[in-house]
Design a protein around this ligand. Sequence first.
Ligand SMILES: [Zn+2]
Length: 321
Amino acid sequence: MRGFFMFIKFAKYFILMRQIFTLILSISLLASCTPSKNVKQTKIIKKVIRDTVYLEKIKAGNENKYVSAVLDDYKINDSHFPAIGQDYRQKFLILHYTALDNYRSYNVLTEQQVSSHYLINDIDDNTIDILVSESQRAWHAGYSYWLGRTNINDSSIGIEIVNPGYRIEDEQIIFFPYPEYQFKKVAKLSKNIVERYDIDPTYVLGHSDVAPQRKEDPGALFPWKRLYDEYGVGAWYEDVDKYEYIRQFPYERKDSEAFILAYQKEFAKYGYEVPQDGIWSKKMEKLTAAFQMHFRPSNYSGELDAETWAILRALNKKYRD
Ligand SMILES: [Zn+2]
């Protein structure tokens, strides 16, 4: 009887050893059979933006996440995947406020003809809502323009922030502030999105940047500078450039057609939709106010002044020249 138990014990031990051996063998076989495309590597691709060729690194690993057709009759062959000529369709990150309370924001953004990818509630908790998959198009930007692109919905991720918007006092627009916890949610989410899709800093924008004639959101109290300083998200100018351009501001001919046209050209260069006619108009005032809300929020009167002009030039020097 004892010999029989010893035999069972030995047989169990033998089976276990055989299983371990098979496992090791299959892992090493798998590793040696895996095609070289799965080896960690970085691909360099060429990207052409407005006649300039940029070299872009595609991080290894990202190219293997793909969606493809599944057909009954044919096999989708991925042995030539990935092709070099590709980039992300998500080019923009657009920030908004809802101008509604929490409850109505959820209702409007999920049950009507407007939506956004993310909704940041106004509750101090650790939740962020996703309403539309990042791979789908959300309807948040409407008619919009940036650097020759229109219909920014096609190529953006939209974040709506629950905030009352503004009230009018003595003909002045007074915005409502963003609580710190809400800013943190927006900032962390934005950083994550920008990194994953490699979104250009100058393509992180407010609704008012891509639709300055119609929209004011996310308003002058959204802390764009903090988003840049503390999270490295979005664009900001260098102070030294700003002061240099302020010194060069041509006060004596600031109302001339030639100067207004030069100012309009600077706007167009950075990305805004702007007339090119050398005429100061209501449109120019609206556009200037939208720009100031983003980059010079202490005064968003819409007047063309030395600092506004200098900031615009400093941004172009840093990001467009
Ligand atoms: Zn908006």
